[in-house]
Design a protein around this ligand. Structure first.
Ligand code: NAD
Ligand code: DAU
Length: 375
């Protein structure tokens, strides 16, 4: 059996659904159901004996000890984390608690469990740690994409906490021999993503006729990875990755945020046209995120050469699937946006939107003209 942490969140749940669609090996899913955890996503697995869900915090060592002893997993895939950069700016302590202390606790329990395994069970055990490209910091416009050897330079409380967890994983491999692997992936998008992250936030707001809040001048660059491609990469790492190694996983899709929002609006306009006007008319430039990293990009040649993985989706095909998924699942979205989510939106955006006209003027000035000219 696989032990998955954070399997009720966006990537973890996509992985669980994908895994169980393709094989019979059961999954033990340990998730504390934070605001980002959503059992609705796993509804199709209700009563499926291959999916064992346990509502628990990765900081709870006793429960973890019991779960390892009882279910005897052959591998751990560690997704659980606090993940939203904007929230990390407002409440960094939660990020240290889960991403650093929680990962440390999980490592301790996994190490004790692995130590008492013998023979093939011990040799085949794997601990796969899901990290991020953000630990490498911001790239200059002309710098080559991040490789596995790029130095760490985290800039937000989120990326600092992920970097700290990566260092713990590395140390447990180096000092104790735990067969751990770390992956660094770029911005994921696709079905079941919590609408605090850029693509589902813009999508749901576009459909609701609300302003689309682009931070700063909108020329920050991310490398977009379709979540289904990420799941395929994780399967390859679990099956064939070498313990002690790190693997970068990216979508080969570097885009400015403005490009992403405009492409999204164009797709929406085609699939679900507005009665009047264009969704792009809702774009509003707002106050930037403090410490906002300008560019991330991944060099994924190591995983391609060693493990034979490369992304199957282009940004256009992945986005089309994503838009159609959100249009086809209004109930999943509505259950989220009618709850506590509203408080976050009010907290993060009210002030930003109030200053929107001011920032739109700046952003549609020199920098946006530059952007248009470069297209
Ligand atoms: P998410 O925020 O959608 O889900 C996180 C899940 O972890 C939730 O189900 C939540 O309930 C659970 N969780 C949080 N704290 C916990 C705790 N203390 N104990 C147990 N469960 C807890 O996150 P995601 O976007 O699916 O990201 C998954 C992993 O991938 C994270 O480690 C993140 O750092 C990494 N990552 C994400 C992206 C991305 O674009 N989303 C990119 C790179 C790396
Ligand atoms: O790079 C991997 C990381 O990608 C993951 O490790 C994080 O967990 C994940 O949240 C994501 O971080 P980002 O900060 O890049 O993602 P987010 O969706 O929050 O923002 C993407 C870009 O869009 C970023 O440059 C900020 C911008 N943005 C975001 C929001 C929410 C806006 O312009 N407006 C917004 O309202």
């Amino acid at each position: 059996m696989l032990l998955i942490t954070g399997g009720a969140g966006f990537i973890g749940a996509n992985f669980v659904l994908d895994w169980l669609a393709g094989c019979s090996e059961p999954v033990l899913n340990v998730d504390k159901l934070s605001y980002a955890g959503n059992l609705d996503t796993l509804r199709s697995l209700h009563n499926d004996p291959r999916h064992v869900f346990v509502h628990a915090d990765i900081n709870d060592r006793e429960t973890l000890n019991r779960l390892f002893a009882q279910h005897r997993p052959r591998a751990v895939l560690h997704f659980a984390a606090e993940t939203h950069v904007d929230r990390s700016i407002h409440r960094p302590a939660d990020f240290v608690q889960t991403n650093v202390v929680g990962t440390f606790t999980l490592l301790e329990v996994a190490r004790a469990y692995w130590n008492q395994l013998t023979g093939e069970n011990k040799a085949q055990f794997r601990f796969v740690h899901i990290s991020t490209d953000e630990v490498y910091g911001a790239l200059a416009p002309d710098a080559p994409p991040f490789t596995e050897n790029t130095a760490y330079a985290p800039n937000s409380p989120y990326s600092a906490s992920k970097a700290a967890s990566d260092h713990c994983v590395r140390a447990y491999r180096h000092t104790y021999g735990l067969p751990a692997l770390t992956i660094h992936c770029s911005n994921n998008y696709g079905s079941y993503q919590f609408p605090e992250k850029m693509i589902p936030l813009m999508l749901t707001r576009a459909l609701a006729g609300k302003p689309l809040p682009v931070y700063g001048d909108g020329l920050h660059i991310r490398d977009w990875l379709y979540v289904g491609d990420h799941c395929a990469a994780l399967r390859a790492v679990l099956a064939r990755g070498r313990p002690g190694e790190t693997y970068n996983i990216g979508g080969c899709n570097e885009k400015t945020n403005l490009d992403v929002v405009q492409t999204l609006c164009t797709a929406l306009n085609r699939i679900k046209p507005k009665p009047r006007g264009h969704y792009a008319d809702q774009i509003t430039f707002v106050a930037d995120r403090p410490g906002h990293d300008r560019r991330y990009a991944i060099n994924a040649s190591k995983i391609e050469h060693e493990l034979g993985w490369r992304p199957a989706e282009t940004f256009e095909t992945g986005l089309e699937k994503t838009v159609r998924w959100y249009l086809d699942h209004p109930d999943w979205v509505n259950r989220i946006i009618s709850g506590d989510y509203r408080n976050w939106v009010e907290f993060n955006y009210t002030q930003r939107l109030a200053s929107g006209a001011f920032f739109s003027e700046i952003a549609t000035g020199a920098s946006a003209k530059r952007h248009r000219a470069s297209r």
